[in-house]
Design a protein around this ligand. Structure first.
Ligand code: SAM
Length: 303
């Protein structure tokens, strides 16, 4: 089968199957061989690796991944693409296509079936409409994933890498940086895709850390605090977190004694204010000014 990274071959296949791009599935197919090789190189995959590809499309990146990796498992939601993939991947016995929604796929089961339960290297040109839920699922504590090398919207890549203080900094930055080291490895312009997206794109690599980047007693509570802080990012941290109904610990009274977490063990505005004071931070500070370490400390002191 001809390389689909060559635009002519992609156009031929699309015509042959009378394929109609579906916006609702975020379909922008790569048509640039250099970008494809760059993604494979950034993913650092070899014959001992099993790659999980999300959204193979017509199989353009899948072909390149199958040349490098021992096994590729590609999960595609669009039924129209399955017969096309059968043709374009016919020469790659190590590429397996699964027709499913990645968000409904049991990754543990897949890794048992195709990789003896060992973690996948995830590689994808992601559908942009669900980038965040996909990345959050892959980062989860028990997900069998060792690295994630993905094409995302440029602005999303910048949010993943953002540091405190800027408008890009938010819950996604903190989640990514808690679990992984993020590095933008390539900028990719719209003309590398068909159809062209109306935004710039980046390839970003997330290497999962052996242990999370900060220690915290209760990561779930810390992330609830983080989400509350950025759901209402223009409000002060005390107001946004103190009104979110997050369970704390009913017996906790911050040193200095004043506030506690209030009734029913829910974190109150007063408790947040007292802890901020203890931490030497302004009572009117907003979430966007706090580092990951400070969110961990805030969460532990409120617990
Ligand atoms: N990998 C191909 C390429 O680079 O040319 C296609 C990438 S395209 C940006 C995104 C692909 O993800 C499409 O094939 C789309 O149908 C598929 N997709 C969208 N939502 C999905 C989901 N929830 N689960 C699995 N695949 C999905």
């Amino acid at each position: 089968m001809a390389e689909l990274g060559q635009p002519k071959n992609t156009i031929d296949i699309i015509k042959k199957y009378n394929f109609r791009f579906r916006k609702k599935f975020g379909q922008n197919f790569l048509i640039d061989t250099h970008v494809l090789e760059k993604i494979a190189a950034a993913a650092e995959i070899g014959p001992e690796d099993c790659v999980l590809e999300i959204g193979p499309g017509i199989g353009t990146l899948t072909q390149v991944l199958a040349e490098h990796a021992g096994q590729v498992v590609a999960v595609e939601i669009d039924p129209e693409l399955i017969p096309i993939l059968q043709e374009t991947l016919a020469d790659y016995p190590n590429a397996e296509v699964i027709h499913n929604d990645i968000l409904k796929t049991d990754l543990k089961e897949l890794s048992e079936k195709y990789n003896n339960g060992r973690p996948f290297s995830v590689v994808a040109n992601l559908p942009y409409y669900i980038t965040t839920p996909i990345v959050m699922t892959l980062l989860e504590k028990n997900a069998p994933v060792k690295s994630i090398t993905v094409m995302v919207q440029k602005e999303v890549a910048e949010r993943m890498q953002a540091q405190p203080g800027g408008k890009e900094y938010g819950a996604l930055s903190l989640a990514v940086q808690y679990y992984a080291e993020a590095e933008i490895v390539a900028n990719v312009p719209p003309n590398c895709f068909i159809p062209r997206p109306n935004v710039g794109s980046c390839v970003i690599r997330l290497r999962r850390c052996e242990t999370p980047r900060v220690e915290t007693k209760d990561p779930d509570r810390m992330f609830r605090i983080i989400r509350a802080a950025f759901n209402q990012r223009r409000k002060t941290l005390a107001n946004s977190v103190g009104n979110a109904g997050i369970p704390g610990c009913s017996t906790a009274v911050p040193a200095g004694g004043a506030a506690g977490t209030g009734t029913g063990g829910v974190i109150t505005r007063e408790a947040v204010t007292a802890v901020l004071r203890e931490m030497g931070l302004s009572e009117t500070i907003r979430g966007e000014a706090l580092s990951l370490e400070q969110f961990a400390e805030l969460s532990d002191r409120l617990g």
